[in-house]
Structure formats: structure tokens, C-alpha cells
Design a protein around this ligand. Sequence first.
Ligand code: SDX
Length: 430
Amino acid sequence: MVDVVTIIDSRSGKSIELPLLHGTHGSPVFDIGRLYRELGYFTLDPGFLSTASCHSAVTFIDGEQGILLYRGYPIEQLAENSSFLEVAYLLMRGELPMQQQLDNFTALINHHSMINESLKNFYLGFNHDAHPMAIMVGVVGSLSAFYHDSTDIHDPAHREIAALRMIAKMPTIAAASYKHSIGEPFVYPSNKHSYAGNLLHMMFSVPSEEYVVDPVAEKALDLIFVLHADHEQNASTSTVRLAGSSGANPFACIASGIAALWGPAHGGANEAVLRMLEEIGDISNISKFITRAKNKKDPFRLMGFGHRIYKNYDPRARIIRDMCHKVLGKLGDEQDPLFELAMRLEEVALNDDYFIEKKLYPNVDFYSGLIYRALGIPINMFTVMFAIARTVGWAAHWTEMIGEPEQRIGRPRQLYVGPQHRDYQPIDQR
Ligand code: SDX
């Protein structure tokens, strides 16, 4: 017996039974696909507060309990035991790899980590003060001009190589955008390094001297990448899905995800948190900023706080907060005044009635910037770090969507509130 939800139209007396679908975990959904055809109505849900856009097997979030599962595995266990490339394999292929599978996957990623030499000319078109996220949107979008052999999206082999190329090339493209901003020569990837180690090598080594990857920094970056790899149907992932639903080139779809991630309400929050902490400056100013955050007339928001889904502590924020203590200590920043300020700000906010009543907790972006800063990563590269990691999630969701037999173009409707039908008036009669 199928669960149904019955909708009765009080105007016409007509009714419709909509099937209630149950997933593995989480809230059931009722399928409204027939609603317009049979009752002539759309549904309205700006911001998609109550709308599921798809079926997905990639990631599950329970915002009330603060639960995050990648292909069923709790983020806490993956953070403790896994690595970014193993998590990338898991998200892309659905299962944890055997050792040989992981070795082969790692070799494939290494094999595709270089970018076409002529792509270097693309960077020359940007001023040195160009925001690296602007460079990322442009350069990643341009990859479709270089890889004609992996854009037949209906060929699973093409889909696989496009996804692998994206995951492999993001650190190289990101590091080059950083090098361009500081006027240093680009550094080629070196396959002797891990994924995170290679990024540090490409960002911080220079031709004139030996660069040794700090294992503490490498492990911290790898863990942050694990935590940022995927997060269900967030704004940037939904953007990638919608772009991909038209059959657009996969590299262009990832570029659309980078653009969406850049916003301060989304991935741009990690950069905004650091700028906010620098603006607050001292513990004595906290109450003034908490007051501003609660003032509806003031556009100031407590960056790094609040989440559309988590009405509990973001499990990723808890892991990063614990990591801050360890990493800042080992990297010699244990007394980082901004870390002290962040912890005090969190304590004040979590005990404030406004934040308690609205269930506003620190999210993944609240502490991540402090670790990036301790690793020597400049503030305008923080969201680029997020984009590198989230490319795995975007690729996994794009692959899942394109591979669905019933896949069709996404085309939402609207509630039209514009002018009524009217006739054109010649200019001399207006
Ligand atoms: C990410 O979706 C994802 O999964 C995203 C992400 C991922 O991994 O992909 O988790 C990554 O984007 C994390 C979020 C990073 N953004 C920030 O830290 C920016 C600051 N946070 C807010 O802008 C806000 O909390 C959002 C954007 C995160 C969530 O916005 P919602 O769900 O639309 O909630 P809302 O803006 O409607 O807020 C509900 C209420 C409002 O008050 P009322 O109108 O009900 O009176 O809470 C208030 C808001 O004013 N509020 C805040 C606040 N966040 C919400 N008030 C002060 N400071 C804040 N940070």
C-alpha cells in the first residue's frame, strides 16, 4: 500500500492523491509532479526551504541531530580515519576502495594534474590584484576549450575522465592563480606529493630553493578538504546540477558551481569570517557586534554562524574547532589572538537568547579560515580552498544526475506578479 498525501482544491472540489516517498534516512517527500497537470497549480518555495530537487545517494544531512554522512559513512569517522582522495573515491564511486583501487585512483589523479601550457596565457589577462575566485571561474570554464575528448556526457567513460580531470586540475589551477597574484612563477605539480602536499608545493615552493612540505600542514589541509568535499543539495551543488541538466559541458558546469560558491552567504563566508574577526579586533568589541547582528536594520550578520539545515552544531565546525587547537599549537600560533577572539565570540553568541531561539550555531566556515591563515594561505584564497574540495561533490552529483535514465532539463516555474496583459502604445501616444 503506497502512502499518499491527498490535496483537495476547495475552489473546484477536485482532489489529487500524491505518493509519499520514503528515503533511506530523513524526511519523506511527496511527489508533486502531477500537480500542475491534474489541478493546474504550481507550488511556491523561494529559497527551497521545503523542496527536494532530486533523489540522491551521495550525502545525507540531519540538521536537527547534526549528522553528516558521505555514502552512509559518518563525517567524524572519515575525518578520523580517511584521506581526501579516499573520500573522493567514495563520493564518486559509492564504496570505500580496496588498496589497489585507491592506488589506481591516486595514479589517475596524479596523471591528470597538469594543465595545458597555453592555459598559462589565460592568467596574463588578469591584473595581479584580481580575486583568485574570479580567475578560477574563468580558467575552469575555459577547460572545455581544451578537452574536446571528454565532453560526450552520455558516454560514461567521458563522464569519468571529465570528473577526474576536474578533481586533478583544481589544485594546479588554484595554485597558479595564487602565484599570478604574487608575481611568482607557476610551479608544476609533482607526483611524489600527496594531493594536499602537492597544493602546498605548488603554492609555496620557488625555483631558487628546496621546499619541504610540512606534514602538520599537509594533514590539516587534507582533513579540511575531507570536511568540505560534499554537502547534499547546497546552493553551488544545485547550480552545477541545473547547469548540467541542459547538457552543458562538465567543465562549464563546475565553473558555475565556483561562481555560486563565491557568495558570502555560502563558501565566501570563510573569507568573510576572518575579515569580521579583524574588524571586531578585540574581545571588548564583541557585544557591540552581537548587538549589530541582532538588529534587523543593520545588514551585518555574524559570519560563520547559522545554517539553512543545521539547527544544531555543524559537525564539521566541531571537528575544525578541535583541529584549530592542535594545528595552531603545532604551527606556533597557539596564542593566535583571532582564535581566542573567535572562541570568545562563539561562547557569547551561543549563550545569547537571539542565537539560541533562532538555533544559530557556528558552521563549517567559522573556524576554517583560522587554519588556512596558520598555513600561510592568504585570505583571498580561502574560498578557493573550499572550491578545490567541493569539486569532488560537484563532480559526484553531476555524474549521478547525468547518469539517471529519467534525467531531464531543470525548468522551475513562477508566480507571475507583473503587469496585466496590455497593448503596445506608439511613443507619440504614451
Ligand atoms: C555554507 O547549504 C549548505 O550546506 C552550505 C554549506 C556547504 O557545505 O555547502 O554548509 C557551506 O555555505 C555554510 C554557511 C556559510 N554562510 C555564513 O556563515 C553566512 C552567515 N549566515 C547567514 O547568512 C545564514 O545563516 C545562512 C545564509 C547560512 C542561512 O540562511 P537562511 O537559512 O536563509 O536563514 P535566514 O537568513 O532566513 O535566517 C533565519 C533567521 C533570520 O532572522 P528572522 O528573519 O527569522 O528574524 O536567523 C537570522 C536571520 O536574520 N540569522 C542571522 C544569521 N543567520 C541567520 N542573524 C545573525 N547572524 C547570522 N549569521
